[in-house]
Design a protein around this ligand. Structure first.
Ligand code: IPM
Ligand code: MN
Length: 353
C-alpha cells in the first residue's frame, strides 16, 4: 500500500490535483495499484490565516509517505518569495530531492511555436540539480540601503551533489536508450569554478562508467538557441539548479506550454514530490479553465517512479489520446473543454484502453 501526501496548494493547484487524483484512481482500479492519500492544506490561505508558512514538523510528516503530489504554490496576497521559498524550496531541500526531472515531449496534435518541428524532433529530458547552486540562499548584504550597498548571492556546488546528479543523467540516457547522449549545459567560459567542477565530474564519471554514452557540452545561452533551432539534438540535458529553472520554461513552451509540462522533484532513495512545472495561475482559480494535463502527467511520473510501469504507460496513453484527439489547445480557457472534462476524458480512455 503506497501512501501519497497531497498538497493542493494555491490558486488553481487544488483543481488540477483533483483531476490528477481522478485519473490515479481510474488507473489504480484498472491495474490493481493499492494506495491511500492524505491532504495537507499548506499554502497561501493557511499562511494568511495562521502566519505560519509550514508546520515545523512538515518534512518529518512527509518522510512517512511514499510520495507527494503537489498542485502549485504562489498566492496573489502574499509577497513573492515567501511561499515559494518557505514551502516549495524548503521541502525540496529538507527531503533532499536532488533531481528535478523535467521531460520535454511534444505529443501528437499539440501545437509548438517552433516552425517546422514536430513530435519526432522534441523528445528530451532535462535533469536539473535541485538542492544546490544559486538556490542555497547563502550570501548577504553589506551597507544595505546606502549608496554603497553590496549584495552577494553565492552558487554552491559540491562534488557529491554534482556527481549524483550527473550519474542520474547518465543512468537515464542508458535507460532511455534513444540517442545514448548526455549534454552538459553550463557556462565553462565564464563561471570557471562551478563549471570546472561540473565539467571534470561529467567526464570522469562518463568515461569511467558510461563509456557507451556520448558526452556533449553546450553553454547555457547556446542551449537556449539549440532548443529552438535544433531540439532534435537533445536526449538528456544535465544542468545546475538556476540554468535548469530557466531552460525548462523554454522547454515547456516548445512542448505546448505550461498546461502540459510536468515534473518530479526526486529523491531516488527517499520521498519524491511531483508537480506541474507551471504556477498557481490565480486569475483562473475556480473557473474550470485551467489545463490539468501537467498535473495528470505528473501522476504518470509518480507511477513510473513507483515501478508501476504498466499503470504509468496506461495513463500516458490515455493522456495522449485526449491531448491529440479531444483537446483543442493546451492553453487555459482554450481547451474546448473544462478542467474537469479533461480529467473525465482521461478516465474514459483509461477505462477503454
Ligand atoms: C520552478 C519554479 C520554482 C523554482 C520557484 C517557484 C521557486 O520556478 O519549479 O521551476 O525556481 O524552482
Ligand atoms: Mn521555474
Amino acid at each position: 500500500m503506497k501512501r501519497i501526501a497531497i498538497i493542493g496548494g494555491d490558486g488553481t493547484g487544488p483543481e488540477v490535483v483533483a483531476e490528477a487524483l481522478k485519473c490515479l484512481k481510474a488507473v489504480a482500479d484498472k491495474v490493481g495499484f493499492a494506495y491511500e492519500t492524505e491532504n495537507f492544506d499548506w499554502g497561501g490561505d493557511r499562511y494568511l490565516k495562521t502566519g505560519e508558512v509550514l508546520p515545523e514538523d512538515a518534512a518529518e510528516t512527509l518522510r512517512k509517505f511514499d510520495s507527494i503530489l503537489l498542485g502549485a504554490i504562489g498566492h496573489p496576497d502574499v509577497k513573492p518569495g515567501i511561499l515559494e521559498k518557505g514551502i516549495l524550496l524548503n521541502l525540496r531541500f529538507a527531503l533532499d530531492q536532488y533531481i528535478n526531472l523535467r521531460p520535454v515531449i511534444l505529443y501528437e496534435g499539440v501545437e509548438t511555436p517552433l516552425a517546422g518541428k514536430g513530435p519526432k524532433d522534441i523528445d528530451f529530458v532535462v535533469v536539473r540539480e535541485n538542492t544546490e547552486g544559486l538556490y542555497v540562499g547563502t550570501g548577504g548584504f553589506m551597507k544595505k540601503d546606502t549608496p554603497d550597498e553590496v549584495a552577494v548571492q553565492e552558487s554552491v556546488n559540491t562534488r557529491k551533489g554534482v556527481e549524483r546528479c550527473i550519474r542520474f543523467a547518465f543512468e537515464l540516457a542508458r535507460k532511455r536508450n534513444k540517442m545514448n547522449k548526455v549534454t552538459l549545459c553550463g557556462k565553462t567560459n565564464v563561471l570557471t569554478f562551478a563549471w570546472d567542477l561540473w565539467e571534470r565530474t561529467f567526464h570522469e564519471v562518463g568515461a569511467s562508467q558510461y563509456p557507451e554514452i556520448e558526452r556533449d557540452y553546450a553553454h547555457v545561452d547556446a542551449t537556449c538557441m539549440w532548443m529552438v533551432k535544433n531540439p532534435e539534438w537533445f536526449d538528456v540535458i544535465v544542468t545546475d539548479n538556476m540554468f535548469g529553472d530557466i531552460i525548462t520554461d523554454l522547454g515547456a513552451v516548445i512542448q505546448g506550454g505550461m498546461g502540459i509540462a510536468a515534473g518530479g522533484n526526486l529523491n531516488p532513495e527517499g520521498v519524491s514530490m511531483f508537480e506541474p512545472i507551471g504556477g498557481s495561475a490565480p486569475k483562473y482559480t475556480g473557473l474550470g479553465k485551467i489545463n490539468p494535463m501537467a498535473s495528470i502527467l505528473s501522476v504518470q511520473m509518480m507511477l513510473d517512479q513507483f515501478g508501476e510501469t504498466k499503470g504509468a504507460k496506461l495513463l500516458e496513453n490515455a493522456c495522449i489520446k485526449v491531448i491529440s484527439k479531444k483537446m483543442k489547445s493546451m492553453g487555459a480557457g482554450k481547451m474546448g473543454m473544462t478542467t474537469s472534462e479533461v480529467g473525465d476524458s482521461v478516465v474514459e480512455q483509461i477505462e477503454i484502453l
